[in-house]
Design a binder for this molecule. Sequence first.
Ligand code: EPU
Length: 455
Amino acid sequence: MAVTSDAARAGASVGLTFDRLTIEGGKPLRGTVDVRGAKNLVTKAMVASLLSEDISVLRDVPDLSDVRVVRGLLEIHGVSVTQGVQPGELLLDTRNVRRAHVKEIDAHAGSSRIPILFCGPLLHQLGEAFIPDLGGCRIGDRPIDFHLDALRKFGAIVDKLPAGIRLSAPNGLHGAHIHLPYPSVGATEQVLLTAVRARGTTELRNAAIEPEIMDLIAILQKMGAIISVEPNRVILIEGVSELKGYAHRAIFDRNEAASWASAALATKGDVFVKGAVQEHMMTFLNVFRKVGGAFDVLEDGIRFWHPGGALKPVVIETDVHPGFMTDWQQPLIVALTQADGVSTVHETVYENRFGFTDALQKMGADIRVHPRGFAAPNRRVPRRELEQAAVITGPTPLHGADIEVPDLRGGFSHLIAALTAEGTSTVRNVGIISRGYENFGEKLKALGARFSVDG
Ligand code: EPU
């Protein structure tokens, strides 16, 4: 099956020698895990290096299969990517950027959505770009219309071909007025990476303002860009003709931190997430506390634990920043299966992000998914066309089962469910998890998880 080979390939690219875990659940996770740079910043920061003809240094880069994909794509475009002196330090030398063959691009892009962000930098450097059909997690349609509309406004010519999209900019790119229909993370990054070197000023309205985007803006500012973040999701970018390399330590991965926090809660454990920063997790921390979890913010990280007693149900709606992130709901839902009462999660960012709950139901959870969502009073965000809802009734003991990872975040929630369940579970396709969780096998071992690995 395609999913299996994608997963196995992703895992193998970071040296994962197994694609299946047999987990003996029912044991609290206890100990310390380190989180490093955010997948959703690091990959974009690597692309940003293409905007200069210089050397950039990126620190705290985790060893993830998505990082390997971007590295491969950069290398086929002539970028030399080497390991720095410190662990997790990458040197990106963009002094010899060149065209890549369509076949090579296709082979490297495989399962990632990042290639779409190469458009602006390649148009500036080479006057053309080719983007193959995009991969990424199967969590909805995930169209790229905002990206292409924005690129056209900058003056790019977009040709859709059977194998992908060819872009060119024979007259260079110019500043534009862009109003995004939705504050899309990727489309905001697209505009930033294109506008910084376009002629004139760009005004971006309804921009995403996630912390990873602010970190990307910080990198671009180090490179020489002029970007101001105005109130009400407006970003102004004054184009400059040249940018230099940067040296930057990536923002920590708050999705990974929230995942380990949820694992601590669901398994009744106690996990110190070294590297987690309160400022970027406030919305998660509020919900964690409401559910009945305890946390302590320390100098170098955050300790999360289950303080005993019953967990409480909550109503959550996922949203763009500063709302509750869509990537946090999957791991937390496992803990909600153990809460005393009915929880509701409204998913408003993606139209298909509850597929992972099938496995949880197989393990004994009571989760009802409403594919078209449902109206509920006191909603914080107006209902979005594509939203879904999951109603979780707890507490339900979970039991071991044979389950298959469907996507990255759903996959981590499967691991948590297997660790929470009484008995033995077999979790297949775990290679996908290496797209966003560095060394997850070793981290689980360090937290005392009982599991064995299979090919
Ligand atoms: N959308 C469109 N048209 C577009 C672009 C987006 O309709 O041209 C829609 C999407 O279909 C979705 C919504 O807008 O319904 C939001 O998508 P967004 O563009 O914000 O997401 P993304 O940039 O593709 C990034 C992360 C996701 C994370 C989301 C939301 C990366 C590589 N991916 O995706 O992370 O869930 O933002 O915060 O940065 C993950 O890490 O597991 C993951 C999926």
